[in-house]
Write a protein that binds this ligand. Structure first.
Ligand code: ASP
Length: 325
């Protein structure tokens, strides 16, 4: 695989490759009053231009041309559909420019797997869209953001790379199966049984498997008003589960429900009864597993369809898109 500097001259079809960085906030842009404080910080404080300034290698000769835009500035726990729509539209517009080799999105870690699945499902592009983040704020003694940003740009500028990807702690993941699996460690992400698609080592990509393909409907096909997008909620099956929550959601007008089922798609009988009533009332019910690894297997998987291999959080996105028609 070529290195970043090898990539620069040809990724832009003869011109210097351009990578567009879209900032959305997160811990990567977070600050804390004390440098040693890795958890008592405020996310989404620094601009994307400030994040770039912390990575001198991106201004060095041989680096790709960088354009940075602040698309949003939020803690990704508060990610919303309006920002998702704006992000998908902006990425699509930027990637249509021939000199742009790829896009990097700085994001929070909390909902990164959902945004990755959203973009994977919506965008149609042969160019890479690379999400990156950090587990330590920009003020930390050992901030992981600058290296992650550099690695993400490397991936976005490397010819032949495609798909919606996440780059953290030297690992490159596809959107499918992506999960934040740890609350604190810098290598917080996993991709279940599949593992990472590649690693980035000293500016060089070492791929293990083919790149994923983003073959969605395109941002232009999304309904323009996110407030009107189908309401889909997640309900979990657990010991002592009750049907009242589902009945309340149905009464409130929910259009779809994803059940975070136990094990291989099993659901508590109380919840199951309420879900059957919800289905009879026209609510679409999908099943996925609350297990951290593995997918639904056998007849349950056939019944679950697209959700069988998705986490409940990614299945919610898939069901919402499916209900958009
Ligand atoms: N709450 C932060 C966010 O998701 C956490 C992080 O970025 O690590 O924006």
């Amino acid at each position: 695989m070529p290195s970043l500097s090898d990539a620069i001259s040809d990724a832009g079809r003869g011109a210097r490759a351009t990578v567009v960085i879209l900032g959305t906030g997160g811990t990567i842009a977070g600050t804390s009053a004390r440098a040693g404080d890795n958890v008592g910080y405020t996310a989404a404080q620094r601009s994307v231009q400030d994040l770039l300034a912390a990575v001198p290698a991106l201004a060095a000769p041989g680096a790709p041309a960088i354009e940075a835009e602040q698309l949003a500035q939020l803690d990704s726990k508060d990610m919303d559909h309006a920002t998702w729509l704006a992000l998908a539209q902006r990425v699509q517009l930027v990637l249509a420019r021939p000199e742009v080799a790829g896009v990097v999105i700085t994001h929070g870690t909390d909902t990164l797997e959902e945004t990755a699945w959203w973009l994977h499902s919506v965008l149609a592009t042969p160019k890479p869209v690379v999400l990156t983040a950090a587990m330590r704020p920009a003020t930390a003694l050992a901030a992981d953001g600058p290296q992650n940003l550099l690695d993400a740009v490397t991936v976005a500028a490397t010819p032949g790379v495609q798909g919606v990807l996440a780059v953290l702690a030297g690992q490159v993941f596809g959107a499918l199966g992506l999960r934040k699996a740890h609350t604190y460690r810098p290598d917080a992400f996993t991709a279940g049984d599949g593992g990472p698609i590649a690693v980035v080592e000293e500016g060089r990509l070492r791929p293990f498997r083919p790149w994923p393909v983003a073959a969605g409907r395109g941002a232009a096909a999304l309904p323009a008003d996110p407030q009107a997008w189908p309401w889909v909620e997640i309900v979990a099956s657990h010991a002592g589960a009750r049907g009242d929550g589902v009945r309340a959601l149905v009464a409130a007008g929910v259009r779809g429900l994803v059940v975070a089922a136990t094990g291989n798609g099993t659901v508590h009988r109380e919840l199951e009864a309420a879900l059957a009533q919800a289905q009879a009332a026209g609510v679409v019910v999908w099943r996925s597993t609350r297990c951290a690894d593995g997918v639904l297997i056998g007849a349950v998987a056939e019944a679950a369809g697209a959700a069988a291999a998705l986490s409940p959080w990614q299945a919610r996105v898939a069901l919402m898109l499916s209900l958009m028609g």
